[in-house]
Write a protein that binds this ligand. Structure first.
Ligand SMILES: [Ca+2]
Length: 576
């Protein structure tokens, strides 16, 4: 990237497509306006300054013109994040053990680069989303275990930049469409909370007290959501299986939820929690309606010739397994989740087609990934019995610190830069998107941001050097695993998730009584041969590294930073 001052970078960026004429001239000419009241000497100095300014501006213009060269003009960025899509749930990863047709995602891989060793920060939703957006491991925040709760507070600090913030700074328009699940300032008192999240033993009929509370809260904006964390525009459902059962548009609910969600929509892998819903709310339209809005927004950016970054956290194939009519029983596996994966693939296709229809394909970098592994309660046993392995060759599922929990599909398409049909086996992490976006858009990363983010661009350009030696991912209960090259240390026993016992791969009982796990993924991708007792020195070395990466507050070069809380990474270590 060209090393010039941030101000010039900014000019060049704004000037890229719409020319400098669109700028407000007053932002660049304060010294000239100020010179009007000066005497001759002051006027001379002002003209010297003005001359310098002209020089500076022409430098900026030169850079702007050069930047218009398509090879230097940074692309639009679209990050599509599937929810609970397993490593083996798409054909281009699952191969022979994938029995679900995913032609769109397979084509995306054929047109771009498929990463085989990419990881989310956690085996579950909110923590992975935090890291993907901020480039910082989630366990440096307050979220040491689990997810952001129903009507929970924002997890991303108000002053922490996200990939959206970086793009905004670069003059991009930004938007988020889909499932946020990173908290809002709902500002519900302890007395009010049960009215909004009544639990399964709550009232069966909507009460007057609930209605009164809802009519006030949902008539107000809800601060602290996506539009305060780097996104100009937001549309979606916060968490589709939780209340409020309505869409959110920027910082407002669309309509005022005024009835309890009907009981027939609860359980059975549909909605999970009782709570306020719009009248006649149904679950099937959530995915297509969200993609509709995303497509409309793309059309708007194309019309305005605006560069954009769009983050699309899909609501599927997470529960509710609400499949639209056209996709029911299309998979022939007899499982709604398989049909929903097919519908998801098609909706991704609709998004990509819209980008193409507006002539933006060659100008757009697309990332497709998933926030964590397949949810076994969505039908894993049945799928496995029919030859479809949602985690492919990996041990464990959603929630686990075994690979099935957090090794995820990760595909990048960027025409003209990323070689079509390429595969990259380098260790990469969702955290790496942050610095990748920063470098792509020439944005300075402060020491207090993106603390665990390495730049993917060398890999995208075909270089084979690894960009990171180590990576950390957690299970749902906060069980840490550390990768160091092909080695993987798990700082305790088991998978650390609520569904670890459902893993397709169950190694025979081992004699290893160390209380730790050490695997060499190069020869043991299924994590069946625990070498912890056999290699105590390697275990000790990796424990020391894990401790250091925690204590430094960062895992990238730079000034040490503070974690938000005391991080108890030793909680599952064997007791002395
Ligand atoms: Ca998820």
């Amino acid at each position: 990237m060209v090393a010039i001052t941030p101000m010039l970078n900014d000019n060049s960026r704004r000037g890229r497509s719409n020319s400098l004429a669109k700028q407000d001239p007053s932002t660049n000419t304060p010294t000239l306006h100020g010179a009007r009241s000066l005497g001759p000497r002051g006027r001379w100095e002002a003209w010297v300054r003005a001359g310098l300014l002209v020089g500076v501006l022409s430098l900026g213009l030169t850079h702007a013109l050069r930047a218009q060269d398509s090879t230097e003009r940074p692309p639009n960025i679209v990050v599509i994040l599937a929810d609970d899509l397993g490593y083996g749930d798409v054909g281009c990863y699952g191969g022979d053990t994938c029995r679900i047709a995913t032609p769109v995602i397979d084509q995306l891989a054929a047109d771009g680069m498929r990463f085989t060793d990419a990881h989310s920060s956690s085996g579950v939703c909110s923590p992975s989303r935090y890291t993907l957006l901020t480039g910082r491991y989630h366990w440096r925040s307050r979220l040491q275990t689990g997810i952001v709760g129903v009507f929970g507070n924002p997890l991303i600090a108000a002053d922490r930049p996200t990939i959206g913030t970086l793009a905004q700074q670069a003059g991009y328009r930004t938007a988020c469409f889909g499932k946020w699940h990173l908290g809002w300032n709902w500002d519900l008192s302890a007395e009010a909370k049960p009215l909004f999240a009544p639990g399964n033993n709550g009232p069966r009929e909507t009460t007057a007290e609930q209605l009164a509370a809802w009519s006030v809260r949902f008539a107000q904006p809800v601060p602290g959501g996506p539009t305060t964390r780097g996104f100009d525009r937001y549309f979606g459902t916060d968490v589709p299986n939780w209340p409020p059962y309505c869409f959110m548009d920027n910082d407002r609910t669309v309509g005022i939820p005024s009835t309890l969600l009907p009981r027939e929509l609860l359980g059975n892998n549909q909605a999970s929690l009782p709570g306020p819903a719009l009248e006649n709310w149904s679950l099937e339209p959530i995915l297509p309606r969200t993609i509709d809005r995303a497509c409309e927004w793309i059309a708007g950016r194309a019309q305005e010739d605006e560069r954009f970054l769009m983050y699309v956290p899909l609501t599927s194939p997470h529960t509710p397994l609400a499949v639209n009519e056209a996709w029911r029983q299309q998979s022939s596996l007899g499982e709604a989740v398989a049909d929903l994966i097919m519908e998801t693939d098609a909706e991704v296709g609709r998004l990509l087609r819209t980008i193409d229809d507006h002539g933006l394909t060659n100008d757009t970098l697309i990332v497709f990934t998933s926030d964590n592994g397949f949810a076994p309660y969505a039908g894993a046993a049945s799928l496995v019995s029919q030859g479809h392995f949602p985690s492919g060759p990996l041990r464990g599922y959603k929630g686990d610190t075994w690979e099935g929990g957090h090794r995820v599909p990760f595909i990048v398409k960027w025409p003209g830069v990323v070689a079509a049909g390429s595969t990259c086996d380098a260790l990469v992490h969702h955290a790496d998107l942050f610095r990748t976006v920063a470098d792509l858009l020439d944005q300075v990363v402060e020491p207090t941001a993106g603390e665990d983010s390495f730049n993917l661009l060398p890999l995208l350009r075909g270089e084979r050097e690894s960009i990171r030696e180590h990576a950390i991912s957690h299970s749902a209960n906060g069980l840490a695993s550390l990768r160091l090259g092909s080695w993987k240390l798990i700082a305790g026993e088991g998978g650390g998730g609520p569904w670890s016992n459902q893993s397709r791969i169950q190694p025979e009982a081992s004699d290893d009584a160390s209380g730790l796990q050490l695997y060499d993924l190069a020869s043991d991708i299924g994590e069946t041969n625990n070498l912890a007792a056999a290699q105590p020195e390697r275990v000790a070395e990796m424990l020391r590294l894990l401790q250091q990466l925690v204590e430094d507050g960062r895992s990238t070069p730079g000034e040490p930073q503070a974690n938000d809380v005391r991080v108890n990474w030793q909680r599952y270590l064997p007791k002395e």
